[in-house]
Design a binder for this molecule. Structure first.
Ligand SMILES: [Zn+2]
Length: 234
């Protein structure tokens, strides 16, 4: 058989193997599995984030508790001072009242913040629980899918390897120089080999100049399409 015909047959086998490989990647079970895996990772990250945030809230609550204690101490001290030395005049009384009010305002701010944090923490824990329930459900589904898909994938791999072996078998009859060129063109143009139709490249339909076409008369195995770079055979 002619080299170009061998090359053509090799390309058909090679393209069939590649197409099958793409089909494997698009397999609905594989896509569903991937989607669930991504979902599970997302949920794990969300839980981790929430745990981190809850830990930060707990730290902040500790800081607030200390601050509240301090202000309560200051208020108690102020009160003892007032009892021991009652204000002598209105101005002094107003000053003391202002100091007390400032401390009370601070105390209120801290208590409000504490309540807000406690509510946030409770919300977080609730969401975390919901996520864990959802996670467990999807994980069960995922584990079953995974077992089923592994069997499917093993069979697909076996078929793919058979197709690739068939292509390799075809390649054995093709000259190395042609195979090297084929591999090089395949990197940017698929399928790499096209037939000549009239004066056109069968790959991109571009008309080839006569000067290029005349090369076939010199017994070359293929000519290169100046437009798409394919190997054109007759
Ligand atoms: Zn072309």
């Amino acid at each position: 058989m002619e080299q170009t015909e061998m090359l053509w047959q090799y390309q058909q086998a090679d393209m069939a193997a590649d197409a099958f490989e793409r089909e494997i990647k698009r397999s609905p079970n594989r896509v569903a599995l991937k989607k669930n895996r991504e979902f599970l990772v997302e949920q794990q990250n969300a839980v981790k984030r929430m745990e981190q945030e809850v830990a930060e809230m707990a730290d902040r609550v500790e800081v607030i508790k200390v601050a509240i204690n301090r202000i309560e101490g200051q208020l108690a001290a102020l009160q003892s001072r007032m009892e021991a030395n009652p204000p002598a005049d209105l101005k002094q009384a107003q000053e003391m009242a202002r100091d007390a009010q400032k401390l009370l305002n601070n105390l209120n701010d801290y208590e409000r913040e504490m309540k807000r944090i406690q509510k946030d923490a409770a919300d977080h824990e609730r969401s975390e629980k919901e996520i864990r329930v959802k996670y467990a459900k999807v994980k069960t589904e995922y584990d079953q899918q995974k077992v089923a898909y592994e069997a499917e994938y093993a069979e697909q791999t076996r078929q793919l390897e058979a197709k690739q072996a068939f292509a390799q078998e075809k390649a054995k009859s093709v000259e190395k120089a042609l195979l090297d060129k084929y591999a090089q063109v395949k990197k940017h143009c698929v399928p790499p080999v096209a037939r000549l139709y009239g004066d056109q490249c069968g790959g991109c339909n571009m008309s080839l100049p006569q000067v290029t076409l005349r090369k076939f008369k010199n017994d070359v195995l293929y000519i290169e399409c100046e437009n798409c770079g394919r190997m054109i055979i007759q």
